[in-house]
Design a binder for this molecule. Structure first.
Ligand SMILES: Nc1ncnc2c1ncn2[C@@H]1O[C@H](COP(=O)(O)OP(=O)(O)OP(=O)(O)O)[C@@H](O)[C@H]1O
Length: 736
């Protein structure tokens, strides 16, 4: 709600005066912050270690110098990163005037709200951290329940300069000395130009969003809602809130944020640093497993095989079989006996050992079982005691050599390469997959071997194999000799790469530059790493059952925030995925929040998308779009060339909007349109439909909607995603 004093339009002199008042306060805050940063010194690591606390309280613990200085330091570091400077919305963004309708200025309390808490020399609060309980009224107060707030003010800042103020009055009549100015901060935020990166919404969080952000950390918090309802941005603010409130737990255990694609992680990567938080790991689904970094999609048929639970039977077979090149008979001379264990017996020993253990952790058990089999083969008429035989077996070099090849450590990625051979794939897949499916699977691994790249769906498959085989124990130096391995501190790496992916403290990662595709596929080490304290899954409707299992392994003792919208799903078997998701959360308490206001799309654009989804998915969760532009989306059949049609539409929308524009095309036109990527002084991106998930642009040109629905396993649901990406303008072009 926006109000002016009755009978008066707020004169610009009044606005200027209010801006000047706020500027004076903001200047004071920055001066205090500069002093704090100096006090804290330049040692960032030291600063980060300060003030880690589990305490929660009314105005949290800013009164502890350590914590305030930690925040000051984090803030200074975040500001240094050019990443947030350009879209930087200021440290102080809100003000509450607390009192009653009749209170005088002296009786009212003024409380400023900002990205972090700042106190003056006397420890009087100059700004309250937005996550502190004392700031809750900034987001929750309404005219119906004002929570003691007379006026809520949003400060619009550019860096440290106040450029405007927007007020909401929470009482029917403003006290005499209270001026109310502005046209509504939310609308201003929604109308502005979109950049390439998502921005935080800390100044304009709505009260229903705030409830989800501040919900308890335990168990599973589900956030559902249609397109553009702020699910992602709310979940990210929730991560920042959890870090603030239970810093020790969440910083030590880590928060993992999982999104659909690398484009998505790049899109959201600045939100948390802009809130002063960077101890969160952002991973795309193809990047969850250390040792596999995949962006390559599989064909829908192959992705369906790799994502469904039946692939597990096939993986069980793959690890049962001895690794390629294993010896088939064991012969040795032990304690004066010629020992022979034949193929069948070896296979039996192998099966027996694997019944209770993971291959890579069972070397000793395998050696013991082999010793017993060897003893059985000689015990009739043996000239030694069993114990003496076993002792000799244990010290035998011949046995050492045999074990090194019969029970060598197996990289969890390696068994998949056995599927590149179609005949072998048929044999492994018999009774589980049809002939054509097995051939398609073999083809996909030949693609991997050709390109040196795993596919996104392979990450979950490799993770399953890791769970079966166990982690590779001690890689011999010679084995790693082919690779040029550098250990880089992830933090340093993230800093040098401009903060590409956010760093997890304390982890290190091997960077490998292999010589050929096979080496590239097997480079680095496949590892699970330690589990996380909180896992946030965005676009959860898209996870395949195998991906749910992969994510669940990282959240065994985690709490969860799960965000999604079934109507936007690209995974075809929603029931199987739902069951796998239930398994991941078994026994945890649940709470859910539903978002029903679409903040992204102009109403005209969303109406068009709604008309496409509702006839085919009548139970789609349809939100209410709050903003109108008065301009209908264009939907037309192209009579001439496709490229010319797209160029024409682009020239119109580039004129109409100032910010980002996407051309979204199915695969069949992608090559012809590739040249348009980067057009309009870098404002235009050419993207495939699935890569638009979770993203938004000021304008979109959607080419060939029928082709988009046809090529995607999610069909019309993926088209619905595509049609809900534009904030202000949309052209839909249909080739004749
Ligand atoms: N309170 C708010 N103030 C300002 N902008 C907001 C607010 N809530 C949401 N938005 C904006 O609305 C847009 C959509 O938000 P977001 O991407 O989080 O939605 P979503 O529900 O995850 O969408 P989808 O499911 O379609 O991917 C973003 O630009 C976001 O910044």
């Amino acid at each position: 709600m926006t109000a002016h004093r009755p009978g008066t339009a707020a004169p610009s002199a009044a606005v200027e005066h209010e801006v000047a008042v706020e500027q004076a306060h903001v200047d004071r805050v920055y001066a205090e912050l500069a002093k704090a940063a100096v006090r804290a010194g330049d040692v960032e690591a030291d600063g980060l270690a300060r003030g880690r606390t589990d305490r929660t309280g009314d105005v949290r613990d800013e009164e502890l110098t350590g914590l305030f200085e930690r925040d000051a330091l984090v803030f200074a570091a975040a500001k240094r990163r050019a990443s947030i400077d350009t879209q930087y919305e200021g440290l102080v963004f809100g003000r509450l005037d607390l009192g009653t309708e009749d209170s005088t200025a002296a009786e009212r309390e003024v409380r400023h709200v900002g990205r972090l808490g700042v106190r003056d020399d006397e420890y009087e609060p100059l700004v309250v951290d937005w996550r502190a309980p004392a700031a809750a009224a900034f987001y929750r107060a309404t005219p119906v329940d004002p929570m003691g707030v007379v006026r809520r003010r949003v400060l619009r800042c550019s860096g440290s300069t106040v450029v405007g103020v927007e007020d909401d009055l929470m009482v029917p009549e403003a006290p005499e000395d209270i001026v109310v100015v502005g046209d509504g901060a939310l609308m201003a935020a929604l109308t502005r130009t979109r950049g390439r990166r998502m921005r935080d919404i800390v100044a304009t969080i709505q009260s229903h969003q705030d409830e989800a952000i501040r919900a308890p950390s335990r168990g599973v918090t589900e956030i559902t809602g249609g397109p553009g309802t702020g699910k992602t941005v709310v979940a990210l603010h929730r991560a920042a809130y959890l870090l603030y409130n239970e810093r020790r737990r969440f910083e030590r255990g880590g928060i993992l944020v999982i999104g659909p694609s690398a484009a998505y992680t790049a899109y959201i990567e600045r939100v948390l640093p802009s809130l002063g938080e960077d101890s969160v790991a952002l991973r795309a689904l193809g990047d969850v497993v250390d040792g596999v970094t995949a962006v390559r999609p599989d064909s829908p048929e192959v992705a369906a095989i790799k994502g469904s639970l039946r692939v597990r039977r096939l993986l069980a077979r793959l690890v049962q079989d001895p690794p390629a090149g294993s010896p088939t008979t064991f012969r040795a001379f032990v304690a004066g006996h010629a020992v022979r264990v034949d193929h069948e017996q070896l296979l039996r020993v192998r099966r027996e050992v694997l019944r209770g253990a993971q291959h890579n952790l069972a070397t000793d058990a395998a050696r013991d079982a082999l010793a017993e089999a060897a003893w059985r083969s000689v015990r009739q008429g043996a000239r030694t005691e069993r114990a003496d035989f076993l002792d000799a077996f244990d010290g035998s070099r011949e046995v050492d050599d045999f074990m090194a090849s019969w029970w060598r450590q197996v990289d969890p990625r390696e068994p998949l390469l056995a599927l590149t051979d179609t005949e072998n794939a048929y044999a492994v897949c018999r009774g589980i997959l049809g002939h054509e499916e097995a051939a398609a699977l073999a083809g996909s691994y030949r693609d991997a071997l050709e390109t040196g790249e795993w596919s996104v769906a392979d990450a979950a498959v490799v993770d399953d194999l890791l769970a079966r085989l166990g982690p590779v124990q001690e890689v011999e130096r010679e084995d790693a000799g082919f690779y040029d391995i550098e250990e880089l501190d992830e933090r340093a790496w993230a800093r040098e790469s401009g903060g590409g992916r956010m760093a997890r403290p304390v982890e290190t990662r091997a960077v490998v530059t292999p010589a050929d595709a096979r080496e590239r596929l097997l480079a680095g080490r496949v590892e699970r790493g330690s589990g996380y304290a909180h896992v946030l899954v965005d676009e959860a409707q898209d996870l395949s059952p195998m991906q749910w299992r992969m994510v669940a392994r990282r959240g065994r003792s985690a709490s969860w925030t799960v965000v999604g919208d079934a109507a936007q799903a690209s995974w075809s078997d929603l029931d199987e995925a739902a069951a796998a998701r239930e398994d991941a959360f078994a026994g945890l308490e649940r709470r859910s929040f539903h978002m029903d206001t679409n903040y992204r799309n102009a109403r005209e654009i969303f109406d068009h998308a709604r008309g496409v989804i509702l006839p085919l998915v009548p139970d789609a969760d349809i939100p209410e779009a709050v903003r109108e532009t008065g301009v209908q989306p264009v939907d037309r059949v192209l009579d001439g060339s496709v490229v010319a049609g797209v160029r024409e539409a682009l020239s119109v929308v580039l004129d109409e909007v100032d910010g980002s524009v996407a051309v979204i095309t199915p695969r069949r036109w992608a090559d012809r349109l590739a040249d348009l990527d980067g057009a309009g002084d870098g404002r235009v991106q050419v993207v495939d439909p699935l890569s638009t998930k979770g993203l938004e642009w000021d304008a979109t040109v959607v080419l060939d909607p029928d082709g988009i629905a046809e090529e995607s396993p999610g069909g019309v649901r993926v088209l619905y995603v595509v049609l809900t990406r534009a904030a202000h303008r949309m052209h839909v072009l249909r080739p004749a």
